[in-house]
Design a protein. Sequence first.
Length: 165
Amino acid sequence: MTARRPIRRDAERGGSPYPPRKHPAADVGAVGTETHRAGQTESLRRGFTIVELLATIALVGIVLPVVVHGVVLCLDTAGFATGQAEAAALAQSKMAELVATGQWYDAEMEGDFGEDYPNYRWLALVGDWDDSRLSQLDVVVTWRRREQEHAAVLSTLIYTGTPDE
Protein backbone atom coordinates (compact mmCIF):
# COMPACT_ATOMS: atom_id res chain seq x y z
CA MET A 1 0.00 0.00 0.00
CA THR A 2 1.11 3.54 -0.51
CA ALA A 3 1.50 5.99 2.30
CA ARG A 4 -1.36 8.40 2.68
CA ARG A 5 -0.74 12.08 2.84
CA PRO A 6 -1.86 13.64 6.09
CA ILE A 7 -4.93 15.78 5.88
CA ARG A 8 -4.65 19.29 7.19
CA ARG A 9 -7.02 20.39 9.87
CA ASP A 10 -8.62 22.98 7.56
CA ALA A 11 -9.91 20.14 5.45
CA GLU A 12 -11.57 18.62 8.47
CA ARG A 13 -13.54 21.82 8.96
CA GLY A 14 -14.78 21.79 5.31
CA GLY A 15 -11.92 23.81 3.82
CA SER A 16 -9.42 22.75 1.20
CA PRO A 17 -6.28 20.87 2.27
CA TYR A 18 -4.27 23.08 -0.12
CA PRO A 19 -3.29 26.71 0.42
CA PRO A 20 -5.57 29.28 -1.24
CA ARG A 21 -4.54 30.35 -4.76
CA LYS A 22 -3.77 33.97 -5.44
CA HIS A 23 -4.55 35.85 -8.63
CA PRO A 24 -1.30 36.62 -10.55
CA ALA A 25 -2.08 40.33 -10.60
CA ALA A 26 -2.02 40.41 -6.79
CA ASP A 27 1.76 39.88 -6.74
CA VAL A 28 2.63 42.57 -9.26
CA GLY A 29 5.47 44.64 -7.84
CA ALA A 30 5.96 46.96 -10.80
CA VAL A 31 4.09 47.35 -14.08
CA GLY A 32 4.76 44.31 -16.26
CA THR A 33 6.69 42.31 -13.65
CA GLU A 34 5.68 39.64 -11.16
CA THR A 35 7.59 39.18 -7.91
CA HIS A 36 8.45 35.64 -6.82
CA ARG A 37 9.70 34.31 -3.49
CA ALA A 38 13.41 34.89 -4.10
CA GLY A 39 12.86 38.45 -5.34
CA GLN A 40 13.11 37.37 -8.99
CA THR A 41 11.07 39.20 -11.58
CA GLU A 42 9.55 37.82 -14.75
CA SER A 43 7.89 39.69 -17.55
CA LEU A 44 4.13 39.31 -17.86
CA ARG A 45 4.14 39.48 -21.69
CA ARG A 46 0.73 38.50 -22.88
CA GLY A 47 0.89 39.81 -26.47
CA PHE A 48 3.04 41.28 -29.18
CA THR A 49 4.59 44.72 -29.28
CA ILE A 50 3.64 47.15 -32.02
CA VAL A 51 7.14 46.82 -33.51
CA GLU A 52 6.72 43.05 -33.78
CA LEU A 53 3.34 43.48 -35.45
CA LEU A 54 4.65 46.06 -37.92
CA ALA A 55 7.65 43.88 -38.79
CA THR A 56 5.34 40.92 -39.41
CA ILE A 57 3.02 42.98 -41.61
CA ALA A 58 5.99 44.29 -43.61
CA LEU A 59 7.37 40.78 -44.08
CA VAL A 60 3.99 39.46 -45.21
CA GLY A 61 3.64 42.44 -47.56
CA ILE A 62 6.93 41.56 -49.21
CA VAL A 63 6.54 37.78 -49.36
CA LEU A 64 2.84 37.44 -50.23
CA PRO A 65 2.96 39.03 -53.73
CA VAL A 66 5.92 36.85 -54.68
CA VAL A 67 4.13 33.71 -53.52
CA VAL A 68 0.90 34.65 -55.32
CA HIS A 69 2.83 35.39 -58.53
CA GLY A 70 4.52 31.98 -58.26
CA VAL A 71 1.18 30.21 -57.84
CA VAL A 72 -0.34 32.05 -60.82
CA LEU A 73 2.69 31.20 -62.95
CA CYS A 74 2.42 27.51 -61.97
CA LEU A 75 -1.28 27.41 -62.78
CA ASP A 76 -0.70 29.08 -66.16
CA THR A 77 2.06 26.62 -67.03
CA ALA A 78 -0.10 23.68 -65.97
CA GLY A 79 -2.97 24.96 -68.14
CA PHE A 80 -0.68 25.29 -71.15
CA ALA A 81 0.77 21.80 -70.59
CA THR A 82 -2.73 20.37 -70.36
CA GLY A 83 -3.71 22.04 -73.64
CA GLN A 84 -0.56 20.82 -75.35
CA ALA A 85 -1.07 17.23 -74.17
CA GLU A 86 -4.69 17.34 -75.33
CA ALA A 87 -3.64 18.69 -78.74
CA ALA A 88 -0.99 15.97 -79.16
CA ALA A 89 -3.54 13.25 -78.32
CA LEU A 90 -6.06 14.75 -80.76
CA ALA A 91 -3.39 14.97 -83.49
CA GLN A 92 -2.43 11.33 -82.97
CA SER A 93 -6.08 10.28 -83.13
CA LYS A 94 -6.72 12.29 -86.30
CA MET A 95 -3.55 10.97 -87.96
CA ALA A 96 -4.55 7.37 -87.21
CA GLU A 97 -8.01 8.04 -88.63
CA LEU A 98 -6.64 9.61 -91.83
CA VAL A 99 -4.18 6.76 -92.43
CA ALA A 100 -6.68 4.01 -91.59
CA THR A 101 -9.41 5.41 -93.87
CA GLY A 102 -7.02 6.38 -96.68
CA GLN A 103 -8.19 10.02 -96.63
CA TRP A 104 -4.61 11.25 -96.30
CA TYR A 105 -4.18 11.24 -100.14
CA ASP A 106 -5.85 14.65 -100.38
CA ALA A 107 -3.21 17.39 -100.46
CA GLU A 108 -4.78 19.47 -97.71
CA MET A 109 -7.65 18.82 -95.32
CA GLU A 110 -8.93 20.64 -92.27
CA GLY A 111 -11.68 20.53 -89.71
CA ASP A 112 -12.57 20.62 -86.07
CA PHE A 113 -13.08 17.97 -83.41
CA GLY A 114 -16.78 18.62 -82.86
CA GLU A 115 -18.60 19.70 -79.72
CA ASP A 116 -16.33 17.65 -77.44
CA TYR A 117 -13.31 19.87 -78.21
CA PRO A 118 -14.64 23.23 -79.41
CA ASN A 119 -11.33 25.12 -79.01
CA TYR A 120 -9.27 22.73 -81.16
CA ARG A 121 -8.94 22.64 -84.97
CA TRP A 122 -6.83 20.42 -87.21
CA LEU A 123 -5.06 20.75 -90.56
CA ALA A 124 -3.49 17.84 -92.47
CA LEU A 125 -0.76 18.46 -95.03
CA VAL A 126 0.81 15.88 -97.36
CA GLY A 127 4.28 16.52 -98.71
CA ASP A 128 6.85 14.70 -100.80
CA TRP A 129 9.85 12.97 -99.26
CA ASP A 130 13.35 12.36 -100.62
CA ASP A 131 12.37 8.81 -101.51
CA SER A 132 9.54 8.81 -104.06
CA ARG A 133 7.95 5.79 -102.34
CA LEU A 134 7.35 7.84 -99.15
CA SER A 135 5.06 10.75 -98.37
CA GLN A 136 5.11 12.93 -95.28
CA LEU A 137 1.84 13.49 -93.45
CA ASP A 138 1.73 16.42 -91.01
CA VAL A 139 -1.26 16.92 -88.73
CA VAL A 140 -1.33 20.36 -87.12
CA VAL A 141 -3.70 20.91 -84.20
CA THR A 142 -4.29 24.52 -83.17
CA TRP A 143 -6.06 25.92 -80.13
CA ARG A 144 -6.58 29.29 -78.51
CA ARG A 145 -5.69 30.04 -74.93
CA ARG A 146 -5.80 33.53 -73.42
CA GLU A 147 -6.17 35.17 -76.81
CA GLN A 148 -3.06 33.42 -78.17
CA GLU A 149 -3.03 30.68 -80.76
CA HIS A 150 -0.90 27.62 -80.07
CA ALA A 151 -0.09 24.66 -82.30
CA ALA A 152 1.08 21.07 -81.96
CA VAL A 153 2.46 19.26 -85.03
CA LEU A 154 2.63 15.51 -85.47
CA SER A 155 4.41 14.06 -88.52
CA THR A 156 4.81 10.61 -89.98
CA LEU A 157 6.06 8.96 -93.16
CA ILE A 158 3.68 6.83 -95.18
CA TYR A 159 4.84 4.21 -97.63
CA THR A 160 3.16 4.84 -101.01
CA GLY A 161 5.05 2.33 -103.13
CA THR A 162 3.90 -1.10 -104.14
CA PRO A 163 4.39 -4.00 -101.74
CA ASP A 164 6.99 -5.70 -103.99
CA GLU A 165 9.28 -2.62 -104.15
